[in-house]
Design a binder for this molecule. Structure first.
Ligand code: COA
Length: 174
């Protein structure tokens, strides 16, 4: 997959000054990424998990930065016919500034607006679900006891028709 080489400057809402730039996530960003990751998730990814995903040809990984600091990141990977939104997180002090919206918008522009995309999210994560619904994601069943840290089910969401990615109705209810 052709990764983003562009350094597109955009306006995201924020109290801090300076433009936000979206660019490809680099291995050198991982110390900042891991800091955000550990403050964002009960079961955070390890550095090795980031390296593993980022090293795949079919992964699109983006960073949003301001003044050389990573504020947010996204990892989107293609498996078979569908893209999977594997990870998206924003530094706690920079949330509600539309940074996640910006990253998802940029990523979807790169893979094509009609490409089917799926993800798993904790049903308790109302912020993320509201964000995904803004992009047209809809619920498509649950995965039982998906999260090892607390045994919570995952809500499966799809953007676009899962059937176009070869997923039959009800297949996600396992
Ligand atoms: C979920 C997360 C990525 C959202 O990032 P963000 O940059 O703050 O989101 P945005 O500012 O782009 O929000 C876009 C919309 O999503 C919804 N939203 C975002 N955060 C919300 C919250 N805390 N409560 C309710 N709705 C929320 C709103 O509709 C919001 O639009 P609005 O601000 O105009 O009302 C961020 O809260 C985060 O990093 N959480 C921890 C990691 C995580 O849960 N990642 C998702 C894993 S599946």
């Amino acid at each position: 997959m052709q990764k983003s080489g562009s350094n597109e400057t955009v306006a995201a809402r924020s109290a801090e000054s300076g433009p936000v730039t979206v660019r490809e996530l680099a291995y050198g960003d991982l110390p900042e990424v891991i800091s955000i990751e550990n403050r964002s998730f009960g079961g955070p990814w390890s550095p090795g998990m980031f390296v593993s995903e980022m090293s795949k040809e079919s992964t699109l990984a983006l960073a949003a930065e301001r003044n050389g600091r990573v504020l947010a990141y996204l990892v989107l990977s293609r498996y078979d016919a569908a893209w999977h939104l594997m990870n998206v997180a924003v530094a706690p002090e920079h949330r509600r500034a539309r940074l996640a919206t910006l990253l998802i918008h940029k990523a979807f522009a790169q893979i094509g607006q009609d490409a089917p995309v799926t993800l798993e999210v904790r049903p308790s994560n109302r912020a993320a679900i509201a964000l995904y619904e803004e992009f047209g994601f809809r619920s498509y069943g649950h995965r039982k006891a998906y999260y090892p840290d607390n045994g919570e089910d995952a809500l499966i969401m799809w953007r676009g028709n899962p059937a176009t990615a070869g997923v039959p109705p009800g297949a996600a209810e396992a």
